[in-house]
Design a protein around this ligand. Structure first.
Ligand code: APR
Ligand code: ZN
Length: 236
């Protein structure tokens, strides 16, 4: 693609929807059937750890039953073939990007498959349940392991790297996110401020649509492979 060397791609729940992972907002969204304040804040974890751990145990268990879709696979292909710089920043806590081949990937809201210990700070992969308070594999104390999820009111991970990549990218692309949650929702404005071109690929117009120079509406499973073909010059 002409004049484009550095690309930042931001993804949200919409990219995993066609794999069968529920989104957060809208019909059948996770936050329609569950109050955010009950399961996705540090206060909720303090108040009722098992309720919170159960919520994430159920979501973690479902990961094994889902597969990357053509949108994840297309980004995996972009990662393998793009000669310039690329950073894929995901708000998703599933592992479908990595299973779809993405390597230059950052999980800004954490990952379902890991937990960390409030007692010693160690981070570990937890395949099974966390409810009941498993012992920490590092310090062996029980009842202090929490999901490695960035909850409401907490700082997203790796913001310094993300900000730096946005400030220097030529193209910023947002895929499958409602633009309702900051700081991710503000990346498009930073990208434009620093001179990047901006493109949105989403099912419906999002809260952020007005900030993008171009918005294409449709399913990620169709739009993303087509866009990757354009970028790699393999479009027919
Ligand atoms: N293809 C493309 N976009 C889709 C598809 C699809 N098949 N299905 C749904 N979408 C779009 C919706 O139109 C919506 O705009 O994906 C977006 C999903 O929005 P949200 O459910 O709000 O998910 P997200 O933007 O990732 O949420 C941000 O909020 O609760 C927190 O921490 C959680 O990371 C999450 C953050
Ligand atoms: Zn520990």
């Amino acid at each position: 693609m002409k004049d484009v060397r550095d690309i930042v791609v931001l993804t949200g729940a919409g990219i995993s929807a066609e794999s069968g992972v529920p989104t957060f907002r809208g019909p059948d969204g996770l936050w329609e059937g569950q109050r955010v304040e009950d399961v996705a804040t540090p206060e909720a974890f303090q108040r009722n750890p098992d309720l919170v751990l159960n919520f994430y145990d159920q979501r973690r268990a479902k990961l094994r039953a889902v597969e990357p879709n053509p949108a994840h696979l297309a980004l995996g292909r972009l990662d393998a073939e793009w000669k310039g710089r690329l950073l894929i920043v995901t708000q998703n806590v599933d592992d479908l990007h990595e299973r779809g081949g993405a390597k230059r990937l950052l999980h800004m809201h954490g990952e379902l498959k890991s937990g960390w210990c409030l007692a010693c700070g160690a981070r570990h992969v937890f395949e099974g349940k966390m409810a009941g308070g498993p012992p920490c594999p590092a310090c062996e104390t029980s009842g202090h392991v929490r999901p490695d999820i960035v909850w409401f009111g907490e700082m997203p991970y790796r913001m310094d790297e993300i900000d730096a990549a946005i400030a220097t990218c030529d193209l910023f692309v947002s895929i499958g996110t409602s633009g309702a949650v900051y700081p991710a929702a503000g990346f498009v404005q930073s990208a434009r401020h620093y001179g990047a071109r901006t493109l949105e690929l989403n099912l419906d117009p999002s809260e952020g649509s007005i900030f993008f120079e171009e918005s294409r509406m449709g399913r990620a499973g169709e739009l993303v492979p087509r866009w990757v073909d354009e970028v790699l010059g393999t479009a027919s």
